[in-house]
Ligand binder design. Structure first.
Ligand code: PHE
Length: 448
């Protein structure tokens, strides 16, 4: 059977940017910026994205396109008979863990979108009322599970349609829509009286705030936001055609992802400051603080609908990339049909997601290593499996693959002159700088 691939460069870009741009940009980045001191965090984040994570991103695409295989098959093909296949195995399991809790948050977005459409963020609500609404919602049994199920079903429906007519087509429609939605919201937020303080918080760095915890958080976020270390970019890379310029499409994706995170912060922080709220709200920012702001600002009902719609769209294009890793593995390694593979991944992710969802309510006292199930899934994947996966992957590209093969992919057999010129520098980053830096940040986060 002929292997599917993306149709053209725009298709590659929307798929990759779709994976990268997600809850990480709209939900995680703004609250991390708030918690880690604003502009100083963004400053460190820029280095993490462009100097460390971009070369890792390119490495994943290189492994994918070189092998033309799913995340497990890739290592079997490029390093046959070695232990590297275990990295492949981890790269298939991790995204299934991530998609299960990711779709729980996706489900919250569905529920909040419906709340916005039915005008539940009533004018004049206080912040604590909104906080209580959220706590009551996530600790209940059924509504979050319904949201999780709807979200996962939507993801599965797109996946079943295939790479070109599912993933690529959905991205081509949704990514431009997402961009328009966020710009509208950012403009609305920036024109609120008192919004200037928020913009200052985002763009005027206080360098004394930079410490190891800021660096570790920034690197972790860069990994998460660029979807690294979990086999997703590798799998998408395997659908990239041989003529595509890997350096260029990776750089476009990282740049789009970065600006999108900034734009999301510009949509949120000015509003937080305009209402005199604390930017260091943490994870509740999007589901507690924002609904309060929406319920109290002019035209807030409309902004709320647009915002939660944007959140669903962004989360969906990311969850399909996570879902695709398991499906590609089952189809290519275990000879499942695409439909059969999608159903099996659905069942696993649904069950794990239900456990995550219940860990805010009936299972909140059930702890593993001192963590609830949701937190365990989140922490183990974002703080451990992703960085380790990414680290091993650059080591694989920098030290195990033949330099000639890596360069061949990077320069399309020497035909891309521009890439030839920068290839030495990029290879140096992949071979030395990325592994050492990731290891250092990782170790410091464990020590401090
Ligand atoms: N990058 C996505 C986001 O920012 C999350 C994600 C992580 C998606 C890992 C795929 C793989 O929300």
């Amino acid at each position: 059977m002929e292997r599917e691939s993306f149709g053209n460069r725009f298709g590659v870009l929307v798929a990759m940017a779709g994976s990268a741009i997600g809850l990480g940009n709209l939900w995680r980045f703004p609250y991390l910026v708030g918690s880690y001191g604003g502009a100083a965090f963004i400053f460190v984040y820029i280095f993490c994205v462009f100097l460390l994570c971009l070369p890792i991103f390119m490495s994943e695409v290189i492994v994918g396109r070189r092998s033309r295989s799913n995340a497990f098959g890739a290592f079997k093909k490029l390093a046959p008979g070695t232990k590297w296949k275990w990295l492949g195995a981890v790269s298939v399991v991790t995204p299934i863990i991530v998609v299960s809790y990711y779709s729980v948050v996706g489900g919250w977005s569905v529920e909040y979108f419906l709340k916005a459409c039915t005008f539940e963020f009533t004018a004049g609500a206080t912040q604590s009322e909104m906080g209580m609404m959220f706590t009551k919602f996530i600790s209940s049994v059924w509504s979050p599970i319904v949201g999780h199920t709807i979200f996962l079903l939507l993801t599965a429906a797109i996946i079943i349609s295939g790479v070109k007519s599912g993933i690529e087509k959905f991205g081509k429609i949704m990514m431009p829509l997402l961009f328009v939605l966020i710009v509208i919201i950012a403009v609305r937020a920036a024109t609120l009286p008192g919004a200037g303080e928020g913009l200052k918080y985002l763009f005027k760095p206080d360098f004394s705030k930079i410490d190891t915890s800021v660096c570790a958080a920034a690197l972790g976020q860069a990994f998460f936001s660029l979807s690294l270390g979990v086999g997703t970019i590798l799998t998408y890379g395997s659908y990239v055609n041989k003529k595509e310029n890997i350096a260029l499409s990776s750089t476009y994706t990282a740049t789009a992802d970065f600006f999108f995170a900034l734009l999301a912060s510009c949509a949120i922080m000015p509003a937080v400051f305009a209402f005199g709220l604390n930017p260091q709200e943490g994870p509740g920012l999007v589901f507690e603080t924002l609904p309060f702001i929406f319920s109290n600002m002019p035209m807030g009902w409309l902004v709320a609908i647009l915002f939660f719609l944007a959140l669903i769209v962004a989360a969906l294009t990311s969850s399909i990339s996570l879902y695709e890793v398991g499906v590609a593995y089952l189809v290519e390694e275990k000879q499942y049909s695409r439909r059969g593979a999608s159903i099996l991944v659905f069942i696993i992710a649904w069950v794990c997601g239900v456990l995550c969802s219940l860990s805010f309510g009936p299972l909140s006292d059930f702890h593993i290593f001192g963590q609830t199930i949701f937190n365990l899934f989140d922490k183990v994947s974002a703080n451990f499996l992703m960085p380790v996966g990414g680290l091993l992957l650059v080591i694989f590209v920098g030290w195990v693959m033949k330099k000639k093969d890596v360069m061949d992919e990077f320069t399309n057999g020497g035909t891309l002159r521009g890439n030839r010129r920068i290839s030495g520098f990029v290879y140096f980053l992949i071979r030395y700088v990325c592994p050492v830096a990731v290891l250092a940040v990782f170790a410091s986060a464990l020590i401090f």
